[in-house]
Design a protein around this ligand. Structure first.
Ligand SMILES: Cc1cc2nc3c(=O)[nH]c(=O)nc-3n(C[C@H](O)[C@H](O)[C@H](O)COP(=O)(O)OP(=O)(O)OC[C@H]3O[C@@H](n4cnc5c(N)ncnc54)[C@H](O)[C@@H]3O)c2cc1C
Length: 319
């Protein structure tokens, strides 16, 4: 049986692994078969992760985190977790190809997925004008004309934030009114750089090597038109990857795994969670990494308490 299994290979998972490995717990990290490395594998330049003054490519940063985790004895398997059984002292983790593993503690660091528009060129132009994160990429759109798709609070927040950089921000929304809270709406309505495009859905993204324009369809009349922009921020929601733990771990109203206060402790003993899967708000690489640290320290403490309890019991039995 393993001491600890970490599920997920983003900044949260690898940072948890670095700490757990340095504590001598020889963690097994299940990294996923096709999505190993997490969200940052989909981005080019990461300019806000501390320690890299010149910036670093997302995949390179993830390779470095993996190397660092392996250097201290983390075993990394490129496999998908298909089921987990989390009740009781022994947790079992089933994988697609490598069989079933047992551990005394498990850390979930499975991240979350930005909802996509599902358009053919969305992936191709990701990191080339298409983005899901204004905090991450807003800086690259200085003096540009861009569009934000969505009508909720996060779309308004992204649009308002992006006016710090962009010359003009279109908010494209399928309806003629917003879902966003009154205060967020007001902020966007009074911002001179924001223009609303109502009753419109994006049906195409054009551009050879970067976004050049969007094809919009009027949801009332069906008419189509081109909107020239250099960037598209998709802000239509986010889904924490929690399907494995439904019915076992408590979730928040936002759909993230519920943890106690600032800790990583879930409702089950020995089960911890870290990174974007517990974070409905900040969702940054460095906050995920910090959260991975918390999970590893919580898990270490839990395992030490189990050892101490076992030692105390052995002493009682021996006396
Ligand atoms: C395009 C893009 C650009 C970004 N740019 C920046 C940036 O510049 N700066 C910044 O700070 N943040 C950026 N972010 C946000 C940042 O990537 C995330 O906040 C961060 O990656 C979250 O880390 P995480 O470890 O919680 O989850 P993730 O990075 O999402 O990693 C989760 C991991 O869990 C794995 N997993 C899920 N389910 C299973 C399973 N069943 N079995 C095995 N593995 C599983 C996934 O495959 C993945 O490897 C960006 C995000 C995107 C999408």
């Amino acid at each position: 049986m393993r001491e600890i299994i970490i599920i997920g290979s983003g900044p949260a998972g690898f940072t948890a692994a670095i700490y757990a490995a340095r504590a001598g717990l020889q963690p097994l990290l299940l990294a996923s078969s096709v999505e190993a490395g997490g969200d940052l594998m989909n981005t080019t330049e990461v300019e806000n992760f501390p320690g890299f003054p010149e910036g670093i490519k997302g995949p390179e940063l993830m390779m470095k985190l993996q190397e660092q985790a392996e250097r201290f004895g983390t075993e990394v398997l490129l496999d998908d977790v298909t089921a987990v059984h989390l009740e009781g002292d022994v947790k079992t983790v089933e994988t697609g190809y490598s069989g079933t593993f047992e551990a005394r503690a498990v850390i979930f660091a499975t991240g979350s997925a930005y909802r996509k528009l599902g358009l053919p060129d969305e992936e191709r132009l990701s990191g080339r004008g298409v983005s899901w994160c204004a905090t991450c990429d807003g800086f690259f759109f200085k003096a540009k004309t861009i569009a934000v798709v969505g009508g909720g609070d996060s779309a308004m927040e992204e649009a308002t934030f992006l006016t710090r950089f962009a010359e003009k921000v279109y908010v494209v929304h399928r309806k003629d009114s917003l879902r966003a809270s009154k205060i967020m709406q007001e902020r966007a309505f009074t911002n001179e750089k924001i223009e609303f495009v109502w009753n419109a859905e994006v049906i195409g993204i054009s551009g050879e090597s970067a976004v050049e324009s969007l094809s919009l369809r009027d949801t009332v009349t069906g008419e189509t038109r081109e909107l020239p922009v250099q960037g598209l921020f998709v802000a239509i929601g986010n889904d924490p990857r929690v399907h494995l733990v439904h019915g076992q771990l408590d979730l928040t109203v936002a759909g993230t795994i519920a943890v106690a206060g600032r800790s990583s402790k879930t409702n089950l003993e020995g089960v911890f969670a870290a990174g974007d899967v517990i974070d409905p708000h900040y969702r940054q690489a460095v906050t995920a990494a910090a959260s991975g640290t918390v999970a590893a320290l919580d898990a270490e403490e839990y395992l030490a308490s189990l050892d101490q309890a076992a030692e105390a019991l052995a002493l009682v039995q021996a006396s």
